[in-house]
Design a protein around this ligand. Structure first.
Ligand code: OKP
Ligand code: ZN
Length: 351
């Protein structure tokens, strides 16, 4: 299987996040992508390839142009006002109740205020190299998509970092800036006039992907994740969210309990795969997170390493072209092998 990787990811090297008001070490670190790269580079069944530049158009097909313009200058503007900070964090957010009954909010002019207009959580610091890394991650996803859609490969893997599935059309958060999987899906729909599914197996619900495609009949979103009644991102990902308007019926959420084990997970994955098959997409984009692992520091499932080849094989059994996009996974000692196992299963290779 071809693996698209760019060293540019390492330019997003923030160090902290705020968890319930406490400053803690960031979980989403450059070493994550390096561990995955090393595990795949050591396996002859994988070939690393560099991304090609795809420009801004595919990003603008998904995201608010004002968000994209903001992210390009966000560090520069924040740094100009807070030169001693290495990481940019918001001071306040535009909660909908702030302006209830008034005209909509607008982005303030200066850097310290504006970051809270575009951000939605406390875990997503921005540093000097964030924009370059986020742009490269999109190129990684689009290059891998092209290997499948134009090159005829049965599957390809995009080693994206920073991840993307929490970024909605017009905000960043959840370690995510540009929605890599959604951008690759949308680009395929537009260039090929086909239906695409995004199947999200990260521990967290991909609220950004759901929001971007919620009204769309031609893009299906299916997700297995920790129930938002207890798990981040808390406000999106409930089972009764099934799409709206022409997109009614194209969104499927399968929220799962704490300590979810291999057997339960693989049973639910079969339900998800059946729904994908009924939608009949020309491409399946998998948002792959291995933060479902039992030892993950920010997930609460109990999956073992054996679940990953089985899960990859279950999705491959659809017999449809597959683009696998990296999202989360924070237990670094097992990260490379867990991703490798999933991909080997997806490629029909022995575990
Ligand atoms: C990104 B992806 C830890 C809270 C962490 C942010 C999680 C972002 C996950 N106590 N909050 O893997 O879906
Ligand atoms: Zn996650």
């Amino acid at each position: 299987m071809q693996v698209v990787y760019s060293p540019e990811h390492a330019r997003h090297d923030a160090e902290h996040e705020a968890n319930f008001g406490q400053r803690v070490g960031l979980y989403e670190l450059p070493i994550r992508a390096e561990e995955i790269r090393a595990a795949l580079a050591a396996d002859d069944d994988f070939t690393l390839v560099a991304p090609t530049e795809h420009g801004l158009d595919p990003i603008l097909a998904v995201h608010d142009p004002d968000l994209v313009a903001y992210l390009e200058v966000a560090w520069r503007d924040f740094h100009a006002e807070a030169p001693d900070e290495r990481e940019a964090f918001p001071d306040s957010y535009l909660h909908p109740a702030l302006r209830e009954g008034m005209q909509p909010g607008r982005a303030p002019a200066t850097g310290k205020g504006r970051i809270g207009y575009w951000s939605w959580d406390t875990a997503t610091p921005l540093v000097e190299g964030t924009y370059a890394a986020a742009r490269a991650a999109v190129d990684v996803a689009l290059t891998a998509a092209s290997l499948v859609v134009d090159g005829g490969a049965p599957s390809a893997y995009a080693l994206c970092r920073p991840p993307g599935h929490h970024a909605p059309r017009a905000a960043f958060g959840g370690y995510c800036f540009f929605n890599n999987a959604a951008i690759a899906a949308e680009w395929t729909v537009r260039s090929r006039q086909v239906k695409v599914t995004v199947l999200d197996v990260d521990y967290h619900h991909g609220n950004g992907i759901q929001q971007i495609f919620y009204n769309r009949p031609d893009v299906q979103y299916v997700s297995l994740h920790g129930d938002p009644d207890r798990a981040y991102p808390y406000f999106v990902g409930f089972a009764d969210e099934m799409g709206a308007g022409k997109g009614l019926g194209t969104n499927l959420n399968l929220p799962l309990p704490e300590k979810c084990d291999d057997e339960r997970y693989l049973t639910e994955l079969e339900r998800a795969v059946d729904a994908v098959d009924r939608f009949d997409p020309a491409l399946v984009v998998v948002s792959l997170g291995v933060d479902t692992y039992g030892q993950d520091p920010i997930g609460d499932f109990a999956l073992t390493r054996d679940s990953y080849p089985a899960a990859g094989a279950a999705v491959a059994a659809l017999g449809r072209p597959m683009l696998i996009v990296q999202e989360g996974g924070y237990y670094v000692p097992a990260l490379g092998q867990n991703v490798r196992s999933w991909l080997r299963g997806a490629a029909g290779l022995p575990a």
